[in-house]
Design a protein around this ligand. Structure first.
Ligand SMILES: *[C@@H]1O[C@H](CO)[C@@H](O)[C@H](O)[C@H]1NC(C)=O
Ligand SMILES: *[C@@H]1O[C@H](CO)[C@@H](O)[C@H](O)[C@H]1NC(C)=O
Length: 266
C-alpha cells in the first residue's frame, strides 16, 4: 500500500497531453520558462507516438549522433507502432517552419531500457535508432555525451521542452527553456523523499527555482553549454512532484549512468 505516488507522478509529467491533444494554443510551455529562438537548442527534438497513424502523446527527446535519439522510457507507448520525430523545430505546429524536418520511425527501431521499472521510474531511458543518417545543419545538431566520472553538481545548465506552462493548462507549440543549476543528489533526495523512496545515482536533479518542467517535457534535455557553442547532455526529463510546483526539484535520468548501454547501438 505504500507505493502511492509513482503512477501519479508519471502521469503528471507525461500522459496528460493525451486528453488535450488537438487543443494546442500558442502560449508558453515549461512553467515560467522563456521562448526559445530557432537554432538555440538544435539537439532538442519532439517525438509523437502514433498508433495506426493516430497520435497518442508527445514527448521531448535529444539527438546524440546522426543515428541516435535518446528519450525517457516512459515516453514510449506500448500501443505505438510508429514514432514521428520532429527535428530542427521551435514552433512544432508549423510544418513549413524553416529548418524543420520530420521523420517516421518504426517501433522495431526503438529500444526501451530492459531494466526500466515504471513503478520506481528507474532506468527511465529509451533509444531511437534512425533508419538513415541525419544530416546536420544549423537547426539540427547532436548534443555530446557526458563524462562518465563527473557529477556536474552546481554546474549551470539549461532545460527545454514543449510541456505545459501551467499545471493542467493547455499545451502550446513554442519550445520553452530556462537556466538551471544541477543540484546534489543528497539534497534532492531529502526534498523528494515523499515521492521517491529510492534515489539511485542514476538520477540527476535540478536545483529548485522559479521555473519547473511539467507535463509534456518528459524525455527532453538537461544540458550544459560548452564554450564552442556545443552542448553536453546530462539528463532526460523523468519526474517531479505532482502538480508541477515551482521551487521544488525536477528529477532527470542521468545519462552518464547509461553510456555503456548507449554504446552498443552506435
Ligand atoms: C555545491 O554548492 C554547495 C552550496 O554552495 C556546496 O556546499 C557544495 O560543496 C558544492 N558542491 C561541489 C561539488 O562543488
Ligand atoms: C541563460 O543563460 C545564458 C548563458 O549564460 C544566457 O545567454 C541567457 O540569456 C540566459 N537566459 C535566461 C532566460 O536567463
Amino acid at each position: 500500500m505504500s507505493r502511492p505516488n509513482w503512477q501519479l507522478i508519471i502521469v503528471t509529467f507525461l500522459l496528460y497531453q493525451r486528453s488535450i491533444s488537438g487543443q494546442d494554443t500558442p502560449s508558453k510551455r515549461i512553467v515560467k520558462g522563456f521562448p526559445a529562438e530557432p537554432k538555440q537548442f538544435p539537439y532538442q527534438v519532439y517525438i509523437l507516438n502514433l498508433e495506426d497513424g493516430r497520435s497518442l502523446f508527445g514527448c521531448g527527446a535529444v539527438i546524440i549522433s546522426n543515428r541516435i535519439v535518446l528519450t525517457a522510457a516512459h515516453c514510449i507507448s506500448k500501443e505505438m507502432n510508429t514514432m514521428e520525430i520532429y527535428f530542427g523545430t521551435v514552433d512544432k505546429s508549423n510544418k513549413r517552419e524553416v529548418g524543420q524536418q520530420r521523420l517516421i520511425v518504426k517501433a522495431k527501431n526503438i529500444y526501451v531500457h530492459p531494466e526500466y521499472d515504471d513503478n520506481q521510474l528507474i532506468n527511465d531511458i529509451a533509444l531511437i535508432r534512425l533508419p538513415a543518417d541525419l544530416l546536420f545543419d544549423e537547426y539540427i545538431q547532436p548534443a555530446k555525451l557526458p563524462d562518465a566520472d563527473e557529477l556536474y553538481e552546481n554546474e549551470s545548465a539549461v532545460v527545454s521542452g514543449w510541456g505545459q506552462t501551467i499545471f493542467s493548462g493547455p499545451q502550446s507549440n513554442h519550445l520553452q527553456y530556462y537556466n538551471v543549476t544541477v543540484f546534489s543528489n543528497e539534497k534532492c533526495k531529502n526534498l523528494m523523499i515523499a515521492v521517491s523512496k529510492i534515489f539511485p545515482t542514476s538520477f540527476i536533479c535540478l536545483k529548485p527555482s522559479q521555473s519547473t518542467p511539467c507535463h509534456g517535457d518528459s524525455g527532453g534535455p538537461l544540458a550544459i553549454r560548452n564554450e564552442d557553442g556545443s552542448h553536453t547532455l546530462l539528463g532526460l526529463t523523468s519526474f517531479g512532484k505532482p502538480g508541477c510546483p515551482t521551487n521544488s526539484p525536477g528529477v532527470y535520468t542521468r545519462v552518464s549512468s547509461f553510456l555503456k548501454w548507449i554504446k552498443q547501438y552506435e
